[in-house]
Design a protein around this ligand. Structure first.
Ligand SMILES: [Zn+2]
Length: 243
């Protein structure tokens, strides 16, 4: 109807009637008007990768959170999720995680929370404790320094299924991990530290560490086969700290 120059439906119907009186007027809703939706390229500028409040913020060894003591203002309890008692994430990430966990449960897969939001001070304690026992070289591949941790954004969560492989490499072989690789993106989550990308992300493979980026970006990255946020956004690799 729009092609006719926006004639009101009634008028068009009456014209049709006068041409072919025997044919009943076709309701406008049923007219076979083909709708062509052009495929727009993914807009990588919708959200900031610098702003700590942005769902797309990229934090790594070369990109500390600014300010360094950043704390999100919409932290929400993960109490409704197995293991989530006493843990928090930003509201949108928490809601998406609940949907993810319920989806996994429907598929017979357990996904539990090991750790989620960590304030800067808590990250500093973790880092110091590891320094004392493992030294700086090993610690820097395992635990982010304060202001450099995704856990400080309120958008990251470590998950597990059974205690046996909790925060261990063998989580990779679990049904839960296989399910997450298939389904996390629909809920806006990515596996942030994938295998073989330590030279880009600065971290060893962490099959348990999920990062919320929103379903649009997570699915776009899956479709584009982009393994890391750094590569997807064309940001420099961050294998080590700058100092
Ligand atoms: Zn983590």
């Amino acid at each position: 109807l729009l092609v006719d120059g926006g004639l009101p439906t009634k008028r068009v119907a009456s014209v049709e009637k006068s041409v072919a009186p025997s044919a009943p007027p076709m309701p406008a809703m049923l007219s076979p008007v083909p709708t062509v939706v052009p495929e727009l390229p993914f807009n990588k500028l919708v959200h900031s990768t610098d702003d700590p409040d942005s769902v797309w913020v990229v934090v790594n060894k070369a990109r500390p959170l600014k300010p360094g003591d950043f704390a999100p203002d919409d932290l929400t309890s993960l109490g409704d999720i197995p293991g989530g008692q006493g843990h928090e994430m930003r509201a949108e990430a928490a809601a998406a995680l609940l949907a993810l966990v319920e989806h996994a449960e429907r598929d017979g897969v357990a996904v539990k929370v090991s750790s989620a939001y960590r304030p800067s001070g808590q990250q500093a304690n973790l880092y110091r404790a590891s320094l004392d026992t493992q030294g700086r070289a090993i610690t820097d591949t395992l635990i982010a320094r304060p202001s450099h941790s995704e856990h400080q954004t309120g958008l990251a969560v470590d998950v597990f299924d059974t205690d046996r492989c909790r925060l261990k490499r063998c989580f990779e072989e679990s049904d839960a991990y296989a399910w997450l690789v298939e389904n996390a993106a629909v809920h806006g989550y990515i596996v942030r530290y994938r295998d073989g990308h330590q030279d880009v992300t600065g971290f060893r493979f962490e099959p348990w560490h999920l990062r919320f980026v929103g379903p649009e970006l997570a699915q776009e990255m899956a479709q584009a086969d982009a393994a890391t946020l750094e590569e997807f956004f064309g940001l420099p690799s961050a294998p080590t700290y700058l100092d």
